[in-house]
Design a protein around this ligand. Structure first.
Ligand SMILES: C[S@@+](CC[C@H](N)C(=O)[O-])C[C@H]1O[C@@H](n2cnc3c(N)ncnc32)[C@H](O)[C@@H]1O
Length: 302
C-alpha cells in the first residue's frame, strides 16, 4: 500500500479514536517505570499468548515472501546462532516467556545461557545450561567484567529511558571481541521533525506499550558509540514485519470500527490492555509510512 495513504489513515485514525477514547490518558506522564513495565506485561500476558505466539515468543515475525509463517518467529534467535560457539557464555536481556532462551539452549547444549527479565521463567523443564535472574537488567552485577561472549536483546531495550546505562553495563560484561545482537524500533527521523498528529501517533506507540519515547536511528547509534560499542551492521526489517503488523491491525480494527463496542470495552478493560489495542491499530500504518522502523543491530566490543 502506498505510504502516503498510511499517512492519511494515521491522521484519520487519531481523529476517529479521539471521539470515543481519552487519548490524553495514554500520552500524559511517565508510563515506563519498572513497575509499569512489569504490570503492562502481566496484564497483556493473555493477549501476547493469543495473538503473538502460543510458544511464548513475544517479538514480530520476519516474513520473507510478503506473508508470514509460524517459522518466522525463529528469525531473531537464529540470527544470534551465527555467533555462538561451544563453551560460550550467552546472555539474553528481557527473555519474556523464555522462548528464545530455551530454543537456543536446546540448540547449543555446549554453551551456557543466562537470562534477565522482570518476569520469572515459568517453564518447568529448564535445561541445565540455563540460569535466569528476575531483576532489572540495567545492573548485571552477577556477571564479571569481560565474561560474556554473546549478548542479545529483542524488543526490550526500547522500554527503558536510560539506554546508555544499559549499554555501559553490556560493554562492561562483554569480552573484547564479544558481540551484541539487538532487534528494536527506531524512528526514521527525530521526533521534533514530525507534525503534531504523527507526534501523537509516536507517543501512543511508545507510551502505550510501556516503552520510553522511541528514538531516531541517529540517536540510538550515538548511544552505542558513547558506550564503547562498535556498530558492525544495521539492517532495516520494517517491510518484513508488515504482514504481522497487518494481522494485528485487523484484530484491533474489529473493535475500533465499532465505537459503541469500543466505548463499552474500554470502560471495563484495564488501561494497559486498551493501550495495546491502540498499538495494534496504529502499528501497521506507522511502519508502512516509514515513521517507526524495525531493525537489527550487530554491535561489537573492540
Ligand atoms: C516484548 S517482550 C520481548 C520478550 C523476548 N525478548 C522475546 O523476544 O520474546 C519485552 C520483555 O522485556 C522485559 N524488560 C523490559 N525492560 C526490562 C528491564 N529494565 N529489566 C528486565 N526486563 C525488562 C519485559 O519484562 C518483557 O518481558
Amino acid at each position: 500500500m502506498n505510504p502516503n495513504y498510511s499517512l492519511f489513515l494515521l491522521h484519520a485514525k487519531i481523529d476517529e479514536m479521539a471521539k470515543f477514547i481519552n487519548l490524553g490518558k495514554f500520552i500524559q506522564g511517565e508510563k515506563n517505570s519498572i513497575e509499569q513495565i512489569r504490570s503492562y506485561f502481566k496484564i497483556n500476558e493473555w493477549a501476547y499468548k493469543r495473538f503473538h505466539s502460543q510458544d511464548g515468543f513475544m517479538h514480530f515475525r520476519i516474513a520473507k515472501n510478503g506473508y508470514f509463517t509460524d517459522e518466522d518467529v525463529y528469525h531473531q534467535p537464529d540470527s544470534v546462532s551465527n555467533f555462538i560457539k561451544p563453551g560460550d557464555v550467552v546472555v539474553e536481556l528481557g527473555y519474556g516467556r523464555g522462548a528464545n532462551l530455551l530454543y537456543l539452549a536446546h540448540c547449543y547444549p555446549d554453551a551456557r545461557f543466562i537470562g534477565f527479565d522482570l518476569y520469572p521463567l515459568k517453564t518447568k523443564d529448564v535445561p541445565a545450561n540455563v540460569t535466569t535472574f528476575q531483576q532489572d537488567y540495567s545492573s548485571l552485577h552477577q556477571l564479571e567484567d569481560n565474561s560474556v561472549d554473546v549478548l542479545y536483546a529483542f524488543e526490550t531495550i526500547v522500554h527503558n529511558t536510560d539506554k546508555e546505562k544499559i549499554y555501559r553495563e553490556v560493554c562492561r560484561v562483554l569480552k573484547p571481541g564479544g558481540v551484541v545482537v539487538v532487534y528494536d524500533y527506531a524512528l526514521s527521523d527525530r521526533f521534533e521533525t514530525y507534525d503534531p498528529y504523527l507526534q501523537k501517533v509516536i507517543t501512543l506507540l511508545s507510551k502505550g506499550g510501556a516503552a520510553a519515547m522511541i528514538e531516531s536511528l541517529e540517536e540510538l547509534n550515538a548511544h552505542y558509540a558513547n558506550c564503547g560499542l562498535k556498530l558492525e551492521k544495521s539492517t532495516d526489517y520494517t517491510r518484513e514485519t508488515l504482514p504481522d503488523l497487518k494481522r494485528l491491525e485487523r484484530k484491533a480494527a474489529k473493535i475500533m470500527k465499532r465505537p459503541m463496542v469500543a466505548r463499552l470495552m474500554f470502560w471495563f478493560l484495564p488501561e494497559q490492555f486498551v493501550a495495546n489495542i491502540i498499538l495494534g491499530y496504529l502499528g501497521y500504518d506507522s511502519g508502512n509510512a516509514g515513521i517507526g522502523t524495525y531493525r537489527e543491530w550487530v554491535l561489537r566490543k573492540p
